[in-house]
Design a protein around this ligand. Structure first.
Ligand SMILES: Cc1cc2nc3c(=O)[nH]c(=O)nc-3n(C[C@H](O)[C@H](O)[C@H](O)COP(=O)(O)O)c2cc1C
Length: 174
């Protein structure tokens, strides 16, 4: 698949098959993550790969909308290091999306889990106090692929030259 196909095919997956994630696939996900750009190349991030069922269950309990985490074969906690960069959260988010797209390209499902008791989740995973637990991403082969969620049309979100100007102007040569 080319990039655009992957972008369009990706869905948030909330139901996973029990099949384990091959080591090669995990390696590719981590490679995709670390290949992301970051401000001044600070790479202000760390990942925790979680396969222990009990930890996945306990983490799931700490989320508001991520109970399905308990059934995923694997999850990756994304940690941003705000002490290393003012852009740590942006950088870690970009890198996470690299990983999400790489997963989709391999036929793996993921879902961004955002709302959780971060302090208790950090404690469970042994994440240092001064780090920010950005998200926990479950990874697994989809047992269910939901239909595409709607998006606003381009015309509704794009302006030209000035905010609010809906009509495109002809390209202006420098
Ligand atoms: C910052 C962020 C937080 C999210 N948190 C959750 C969450 O806690 N639980 C969940 O099931 N989905 C979560 N999602 C997934 C969104 O619900 C999903 O991306 C959106 O509905 C669009 O669907 P799609 O990803 O299938 O295109 C989150 C997505 C983002 C970007």
């Amino acid at each position: 698949m080319d990039v655009m196909e992957v972008i369009k095919a990706r869905r948030s997956i909330r139901k996973f098959k029990k099949d384990p994630i091959p080591d090669e696939a995990l390696k590719k996900l981590l490679e995709a993550f670390k290949s992301a750009p970051s401000s001044k190349n600070t790479q202000p991030w760390r990942l925790v790969v979680i396969r222990e069922r009990e930890t996945l269950r306990r983490l799931a309990d700490l989320t508001k909308y991520g109970k399905f985490l308990a059934e995923a074969p694997l999850a990756i906690a994304v940690v941003a290091c705000p002490k290393k960069s003012d852009w740590a959260i942006v950088d870690a988010t970009l890198a996470t999306y690299n990983m999400v797209l790489a997963a989709a390209e391999m036929g793996l499902g993921t879902c961004w889990i955002g709302t959780m008791d971060r302090e208790r989740a950090k404690e469970l995973l042994g994440i240092p106090e001064d780090m920010f637990l950005l998200t926990v991403i479950p990874v697994g082969y989809p047992a269910e692929v939901p239909p595409p969620t709607p998006r606003k049309p381009v015309e509704c979100i794009v302006y030209y030259e000035r905010y609010g100007r809906r009509v495109p102007t002809a390209a202006v040569a420098a």
